[in-house]
Design a protein around this ligand. Structure first.
Ligand code: SF4
Length: 689
């Protein structure tokens, strides 16, 4: 028997484990003592691997390259040589005819690793000549990156996962850790056991609310009004840290003008939260020795997602709850390597290491290392994933090279996404399963899965961790970065890497933020957090310990803005709010976890819709009954899950189901800064079948 150290691919907690392999088959998984998981795993970690042994597969694993010679023709299995030539020549033709910006590419946050994401953005920028590269951060924590970069300078968690347990106060806003990151949820429980005050701000009575000192059960769609009432209270009750504000922040004078109309008593009819509770919560937060604000997509997936993040950041800056163990800002990233996708520059505005594509000196540096003429590089920000369907329908995006993403399952307003995908001239899907998007592709490029390759992931607290190959791939598949390299070479840009370390060393050289994070150091320390600028540097568990921020002025920016209603409102025809959430036993589009027997037993098709008992009674719906859920864009079948944890006049669906796909219902309204969809709010009706 052999053991390989891997990092769980199912959420940003970054739990380490050992895969135990016998005769080429994985026989079990053991929890390892990683920095974030300390010898514990959740059920996805323990049971999320059996598809690697090819057992009980519901969805076919992609085993050979395939192409359709023309639209509507069946897939034809071809050699790698033919598939690579087909893609390279079609991309070259489209580039020549319509220009580099007519081609869109994606990185992947699902199991492929930082090295591959680096190679994909290099392919887009150096070979195609476009900044059209993006990743799933666009549909989840894009607003966290933008909001934090604007206010404190780094678009990532300022503390470490272990700080959550050390803090004296946790303000948990729009974040259901029990379903999203079960191992982080354990830290929340441990914080409580250590005497921390827990304040939960969420419309549902989520698990954390059960152990909370206060549950601010706000109405759906009013986050900015809520945070403005927090800021109002901090200012009006003199709860802010005057020295900290004076020395380390800017923008204080403009705050009151915005929040003066958000007295907790005045916004109570909007938020539904008693004013006395808001005031009590802010006294607890501001006076705590240390406090962390944790948030998830209940903050970011709104039209005002970025603005809400900036306002939460402002709370921390006003009170000086930053830059110390147990004090900081914690957007807890969802997919296992979505932090890594951003770190590696699979973003339309940033090179790896958060270096701007609009900066000529940065472009020159990358062009020199990549041996290209900087004049051939795209000088403008590229296209965002959520813009692609619209641009495809306008004829501006002609080709889409998707790696490890499934927009036909995971993006909002699927009927619109479908129309956009159908309008493309070329759709290339590189993946491990026949996903909904792969089904309609022109070309399938089958790649290796986690467990079949090595590399580095970044977990949600900026920690780089190496993971290793446990088993040999069983089919005619290739490593993601090797496929991209072959296409690049066929397109006339020779790209040859021998292994992941060569790629990693190239990106270190180009990114001052990561230069000191060598493979060797990760091997010794297990977990190296950026910034890590020199070979001697141990990494940075906590940002802003010197109260200097990575903003242009070096000061933290205080921010507040007016609350706006969501993009679509309930009415007589569609009287309930639909909010999309996570299912604890499954991950993303479910292509991996949906093919694991134990996880399927836990939760399987069709998906469910969570509804309050009173609403269910009014609608004549019983628990587990099949229902139709309908919005202005579509109608899906689902199963009622009647629960007192759900607030009135709202229903909740997880986005993982193939039958009952809630994104048939969601809307296309997006965050004004990042174009992240407002999947936490649309209008629906629920009808018993
Ligand atoms: Fe850890 Fe997340 Fe994997 Fe669970 S899903 S084992 S919490 S990394």
């Amino acid at each position: 028997m052999e053991k390989a150290t891997v990092v769980c691919p199912y959420c940003g907690a970054g739990c380490k484990m050992q895969m135990v392999v016998d005769d080429g088959k994985i026989i079990k998984v053991e929890a390892a003592n990683g920095k974030t998981n300390q010898g514990e795993l959740c059920l996805k970690g323990y049971y999320g691997w059996d598809f690697l042994n090819d057992t009980k597969l519901l969805t076919p694993r992609l085993r050979e390259p395939m192409i359709r010679r023309e639209k509507g023709a069946p897939f034809e299995t071809v050699s790698w040589d033919e598939a690579i030539k087909f893609v390279a020549h079609r991309l070259s033709d489209i580039k020549a005819k319509y220009g580099p910006r007519s081609i869109m590419t994606t990185g992947s946050s699902r199991g492929t690793g930082n090295e591959t994401n680096f190679v994909m953005q290099k392919f887009a920028r150096a070979v195609l000549g476009t900044n059209n590269v993006d990743c799933c951060a666009r549909v989840c924590h894009g607003p966290s990156v933008a909001g934090l970069r604007a206010t404190v300078g780094n678009g990532a968690m300022s503390v470490s996962v272990e700080d959550i347990e050390k803090s004296k106060c946790l303000l948990i806003f729009g974040y259901n850790s029990a379903d999203s990151h079960p191992i982080v949820a354990r830290r929340v429980v441990k914080a409580k056991q250590n005497g921390a005050k827990i304040i939960v701000c969420d419309p549902r009575r989520i698990e954390a609310a059960r152990i909370a000192d206060q549950h601010l059960q706000l109405n759906n769609g009013c986050n900015v009004a809520m945070v403005n009432s927090f800021i109002y209270t901090i200012l009006e009750e003199n709860l802010y840290n005057k020295d900290y504000v004076a020395n380390y922040t800017e923008g204080f004078d403009a705050l009151w003008d915005v929040v003066k109309d958000y007295a907790p008593e005045k916004v109570e009819p909007i938020t539904g939260v008693p004013a006395a509770d808001v005031r009590q919560a802010m006294r607890t937060y501001a006076k705590a020795e240390t406090a962390i604000i944790c948030w998830g997509m209940g903050v970011t997936q709104f039209g005002q997602g970025t603005e809400t993040v900036k306002s939460l950041s402002t709370l921390a800056l006003l009170t000086g709850q930053l830059g110390r163990p147990g004090a900081g800002l914690a957007p807890v990233r969802g997919q296992n390597n979505v932090q890594g996708g951003c770190d590696m520059g699979v973003l339309p505005d940033l090179f790896p290491g958060y270096q701007k594509v609009t900066d000529a000196a940065v472009r020159e540096k990358f062009a020199k290392r990549w041996g290209i003429d900087p004049a051939t590089m795209d000088k403008e920000n590229g296209v965002k994933i959520t813009e692609v369907p619209h641009l495809a329908l306008e004829g501006k995006v002609k080709a889409y090279y998707i790696m490890g993403e499934d927009p036909l399952q995971t993006e909002a307003d699927l009927s619109m996404v479908r129309k956009g995908i159908e309008a493309l001239d070329l759709l290339v899907v590189q993946d491990i399963f026949m996903t909904k998007t792969a089904e309609v592709a022109d070309v399938i490029l089958p790649s290796t899965s986690w467990g079949e390759h090595s590399g580095v992931y970044t977990c949600c607290d900026r920690g780089f961790q190496r993971f290793f190959k446990a088993v040999e791939p069983k089919y005619n598949v290739k490593r993601d970065w090797a496929i991209i390299s072959l296409i690049a070479t066929e397109m006339g840009y020779p790209m040859h890497y021998n292994d992941e370390q060569e790629i990693w060393d190239e990106l270190r050289e180009l990114c001052p933020l990561y230069f000191g994070a060598t493979y060797e150091k990760m091997g010794e320390m297990g977990h190296v957090q950026w910034p890590c600028p020199t070979l001697e540097h141990p990494g940075t568990p906590i940002l802003y310990t010197d109260n200097k921020f990575a903003t242009p002025s070096g000061k933290g920016l205080l921010f507040a803005t007016q609350w706006r209603k969501p993009g679509e409102l309930i009415d007589e025809d569609f009287p309930m709010v639909l909010c999309t959430v996570r299912e604890v036993g499954h991950y993303s589009c479910r292509s991996m976890t949906g093919n694991c027997a134990a996880l399927r037993t836990l939760a399987d098709e069709p998906g469910y819709v969570q509804i309050n008992p009173t609403d269910a009674q009014v609608l004549g719906i019983k628990d587990q009954q099949l229902v139709w859920v309908e919005s202005r864009r579509g109608k899906v079948i689902s199963r009622a899950n009647v629960s007192e944890r759900i607030n009135r006049n709202a229903v909740y669906m997880t986005y993982q189901w193939w039958i009952g796909a809630c994104n048939e219902l969601t809307q296309d309204n997006v965050d004004s800064v990042t174009a992240t969809p407002e999947t936490k709010y649309c209008a629906v009706k629920v009808v018993a079948i």
